[in-house]
Design a protein around this ligand. Structure first.
Ligand SMILES: [Zn+2]
Length: 337
């Protein structure tokens, strides 16, 4: 963290003790001491605590306002973020959604109610998905949270985004990159050319166990390549989970993780492997052991037991690569399951 941001955090402890401490701890525990991970003073981040932290990023506009990217997993998280945004005093000019997963959209109604003048920018495809299969995923989030702390009621976009669209909001340019199906359906990355900043959602979340249950890792790798070809490697990346990094570092980590997981899956489903085309529990344990050694992580992206996420990933990637079902592994994330 920069001095300016850190000092504003520590100054708050006098008047906002319980929350300010949580916020300061969240900031302090997720930074690593490299230049690339050191956000400039003006970029704000609310990161939820716990084993599956998620971000809402706040990027200032040229006219003194702020753009909000993503709205967190629970209503209580969103309320805390809204309080912090209000305390900072910058008017919210717009709310952007990177993709329609519950940890990014559940707080949207809370943000929208708090900042009614800020239009919501999201995709029609994402909104449609939330009415169908995505609705089941939202329900799972509601059931896993404290009563009343999550909702399936997600406001639709006020502005349906299109690929290649260039917006100017509060004097700040935002370029829309439609990426589509990969980690989630209807993923979008936003490039802010003046700040040379990419808000990437969950396309690149270094050192976080990703969610590969949607069974679209091949598309996902292409999305990473697409962004890498469009922008310089030193472009600052604001990921959906984890601290700010660079596009080069984010792309290298994420594509490496996915490729290695796919390579191990290919071995586990080979005809001459112990379980043949299915990934047995023993093969899955070996695969995950290898991943932990070769691609260590600090946290996971989905708020569920780590092994549940790992098993979803085994099923998702396995299915995508032609594995047969075995060992009773379920995957509610994948369409048609
Ligand atoms: Zn996420």
């Amino acid at each position: 963290m920069t001095a300016k941001f850190s000092s504003s955090v520590s100054n708050r402890r006098h008047t906002f003790t319980p929350y300010a401490v949580v916020f300061a701890l969240a900031l302090a525990t997720t930074s690593t001491p490299t230049a690339a991970n050191d956000p400039p003073a003006e970029i704000g981040r609310y990161e939820t605590p716990g084993h599956a932290p998620v971000n809402s990023w706040w990027v200032p506009t040229a006219d003194g306002g702020v753009l909000v990217f993503d709205t967190l997993r629970t209503i209580s998280d969103a309320r805390k973020a809204v309080s912090e945004l209000r305390r900072q005093g910058r008017p919210v000019r717009a709310i952007f959604i990177t993709h329609p997963h519950p940890d990014h959209v559940t707080g949207l109604a809370t943000f929208k109610a708090a900042f009614p003048d800020a239009p919501v920018y999201a995709t029609r495809e994402g909104d449609d998905w939330l009415k169908h299969h995505g609705g089941d995923i939202l329900k799972m989030n509601v059931e896993a949270r404290a009563p009343g702390d999550a909702t399936t009621d997600i406001p639709p976009a006020d502005h349906d985004l299109r690929d290649g669209e260039s917006l100017v909001i509060g004097g700040t340019r935002v370029q829309v990159n439609w990426l589509g199906q990969g980690e989630s359906p209807a993923a979008v990355a936003y490039y802010l050319p003046d700040a040379r900043l990419l808000v990437g959602g969950d396309i690149m979340t270094p050192r976080r166990v990703p969610l590969m249950g949607a069974a679209h890792t091949k598309d996902w790798l292409q999305q990473i390549e697409k962004l890498g070809a469009l922008y310089p490697g030193e472009t600052r990346l604001l990921p959906g989970h984890g601290p700010m990094t660079t596009l080069a570092a984010g792309g290298k980590w994420q594509s490496g993780y996915i490729r290695h997981f796919r390579d191990l899956t290919a071995k586990a489903i080979a005809a001459d492997s112990p379980g043949g085309a299915c990934v047995t529990a023993k093969e899955a344990a070996g695969l995950l052991d290898d991943m932990r050694r070769t691609w260590p992580t600090d946290a996971i992206v989905a708020k569920m037991p780590a092994d549940a996420l790992n098993q979803l990933n085994i099923e998702g990637v396995g299915h995508e690569m032609g594995a047969t079902a075995c060992e009773g592994r379920k995957n509610p994330v994948r369409e048609g399951d």
